[in-house]
Write a protein that binds this ligand. Structure first.
Ligand code: MSP
Length: 631
């Protein structure tokens, strides 16, 4: 990583679906990378945003009975809010409906048109409205779109075309001369594979008669531009192309992080567009695989999407980030399950990391009087810790060069293993019993404090909240990779105990991800009435309410449902004082599988509406007895 300036983009997300697990992975991965580069001291710019034009958006907006702009505003807001809540450190958020974007798209179109790179012609082909593109005969599977498995429509119309075919030879050569242009390598090979077939010219317009929700072509107002032509340009419209200071500083260092589903537009359309417009190409394309759920494709239409909030509210942001980055081998697909998530949380976070931090800080406080002691001469076992740290730092750096988050985390966990074994082998509790071993004890405690300080730096990009707590406990400075150098912690620094950095999660996890149904509904997916009939909604009377000691958000409610009394945990503690709820009648989902939240088994879910920061409980406007059915 010689380049000390870094510009990273995520895909801009379509506003036809609310943010889900797949989007979260891409954004969290980009965030971890940008945080890491900032830790190195690099100049970093990090962009994300939303893709708001096209037929699909117009259709979902119409179905929802609102204008496309109103629809886009709402979902773009949901993305922005999700990233804020997940602590994403993006520098900007671009929306393709912003004038600053449209202006640049039109300028590029005009430039290519004037240069003869765009011409008017006729084309007939099989079109998928879901993908907003034509499919070639070879790509069609059983007469259907290979992605959506829906019937294609034959469309013959006049359109504007970008002379992409003439760049086929150039692009092949570029990929051959620059083996690192697309990584992991399998995706470079996949693009070379596409290029073994003759490249067609790219239809870059849609007649207004068919689609109005797009940016008009500057040279023909009867047409709007094709979504991909519009969307890709966000990557530099956001920097103020062509004269903006950000464009000048960051564009030469751009890398795009994308999912494998959008490899062709980024690996073929985009480089040829840039080349034709005389704009320098991106430095590298970093391609990740797909999350599946239970081995199946995760998609809005299947309705098994997972909203990030549910899991982060339940288990914490850091745990969610950790799981996604550790579990997916960058470039390959991975399978999501709440069981696997909880498994990693308990083993890697609660046990390996949390216990170590708790043990080490407790020993420094108990045996060292709460101050970092001055070390004596290091023994061989101390040197092992130090060299393991140096090794981990090198391995992390190399892994991050390839976006191999899983390897970076594995390298850090190697180091945690060394430190955990060091604690066992040096047994400070035994040294503390023998005054003659005071010097040795001081060296061991110093080594542990230094190891903690290093961990507070090493994990910062991946587990920012935990990293901050660890650094605060040993009084360490703001994190910098250069501070990984051993021995920077001054003896005499005060140390505080850190207990339960990651509390263990009890074994019981419901089979279904609780977010799935809610997410499907929020995303606008229609479900058959039979699906709704599976949900048992009932009136419940609140008999008692109390806060859960360890949680800011959760209340434990004791409710009466018919003749039965049960416990329900509700995330409304920030909006409702427990005392005000007693005696009220609320609506609960009565037939949910039990879930354990902060050690309390919840048997049902209280319904509430939410908008921005307002949460409003569903109550009844006439009195009916508890247990009454709601439908
Ligand atoms: N709007 C286009 C991108 C334009 S970029 C100039 C688009 N948007 S999208 O919302 O459909 O999805 C974009 C990205 O979300 C994917 O490339 C991928 O990074 C991420 N994911 C969506 N579903 C995913 C999974 N199931 N798994 C992993 N990532 C996935 O395409």
């Amino acid at each position: 990583m010689a380049d000390r300036t870094f510009y990273l983009t995520t895909p801009i997300y379509y506003v036809n679906a609310r943010p889900h697990l797949g989007h979260s992975y891409a954004t969290i991965a980009a965030d971890a990378m940008c945080r890491y580069r900032r830790l190195r001291g690099d100049r970093v710019y990090f962009l994300t945003g939303t893709d708001e034009h096209g037929e699909r958006i117009a259709q979902v907006a119409a179905a929802a009975g609102v204008t496309p702009q109103a629809y886009a505003d709402e979902i773009a807001g949901a993305f922005r809010e999700t990233w804020q809540r997940l602590g994403i450190t993006n520098d900007d958020f671009i929306r393709t409906t912003e004038p600053r974007h449209a202006k640049v798209v039109q300028a590029i179109l005009q430039k290519l048109y004037d240069a003869g790179e765009i011409y008017f012609g006729e084309y007939g082909g099989w079109y998928c409205y879901g993908c907003e593109r034509f499919y070639t005969e070879k790509e069609i599977v059983d007469g259907k779109c290979p992605d959506h498995q829906t019937a294609l429509t034959f469309i013959k119309e006049k359109n504007y075309f970008f002379r992409m075919s003439k760049y086929q030879g150039w692009l092949i050569k570029h990929l051959e001369d620059n083996p690192g242009f697309i990584q992991p390598e399998r995706y470079r090979n996949e693009v070379l594979g596409f290029l073994r077939e003759p490249l067609q010219d790219l239809s870059i317009s849609r007649p207004k008669a068919r689609l109005t929700w797009g940016i008009p072509l500057p040279f023909d107002d009867q047409y709007v531009t094709y979504v991909w032509f519009d969307a890709l340009i966000n990557y530099f419209s956001a920097l103020g192309y062509p004269d903006g200071a950000l464009y000048k500083e960051f564009w030469p260092h751009v890398e795009h992080l994308i999912g494998k589903d959008i490899l062709k537009p980024h690996g073929v359309y985009w480089p040829t567009m840039l080349h034709a417009a005389g704009i320098p190409l991106y430095r590298r394309l970093d391609v990740h695989g797909y999350w599946t759920i239970g081995g199946g494709k995760m998609s809005k239409s299947i309705g098994n999407v997972v909203e990030a909030f549910e899991l982060t509210d339940k288990y914490g942001h850091d745990a969610f980030r950790y799981f996604l980055l550790r579990e997916m081998n960058f470039g390959l697909d991975a399978s999501f399950s709440e069981e696997a998530f909880v498994g990693r949380l308990n083993a890697d976070l609660a046990n390996d990391l949390g216990n170590l931090v708790s043990r080490a800080t407790t020993m420094i406080v108990n045996f060292g009087g709460g101050l970092v002691p001055a070390p004596g001469d290091p023994a061989a076992e101390d040197a092992v810790v130090r060299s393991a740290l140096e090794q981990a730092a090198r391995d992390v750096d190399q892994a991050m060069e390839e976006f191999a988050f899983q390897r970076a985390l594995a390298a850090i966990w190697e180091f945690l293993g060394v430190v955990n074994r060091y604690v066992d082998a040096t047994a400070p509790w035994a040294l503390a019993k023998d005054p003659a071993k005071r010097g040795r004890l001081d060296t061991v405690l110093y080594t542990l404090a230094e190891a903690l300080r290093a961990i507070g730096i090493l994990i910062d990009a991946f587990l920012p909240q935990a990293a901050g707590k660890i650094r605060a406990a040993v009084g360490a400075a703001p994190p910098k990779l250069s501070d990984l150098a051993w021995g920077r912690l001054a003896p005499g620094a005060a140390v505080q105990k850190v207990a339960a950095l990651f509390p263990r999660i009890e074994a019981k996890v419901s089979d279904a991800t609780p977010a799935a149904g809610a997410a499907a509904a929020a995303a606008g997916t229609r479900i058959p009435v039979a699906d709704f009939a599976k949900v048992e909604l009932r009136v419940a009377e609140v008999l008692a309410a109390e806060r859960l000691p360890k949680s800011k958000k959760l209340l434990k409610l004791t409710v009466k449902v018919g003749d039965e009394t049960r416990t329900v945990v509700a995330g409304i503690a920030e909006q409702y004082e427990p005392g005000t709820l007693v005696g009220r009648k609320v609506v609960i989902v009565a037939n949910l599988q039990p879930a354990t939240l902060m050690g309390v088994e919840s048997n049902g879910m209280v319904l509430a509406a939410s908008h921005e920061n307002t949460v409003s409980l569903l109550t009844l406007d006439k009195d009916v007895p508890p247990g009454s059915q709601v439908k």
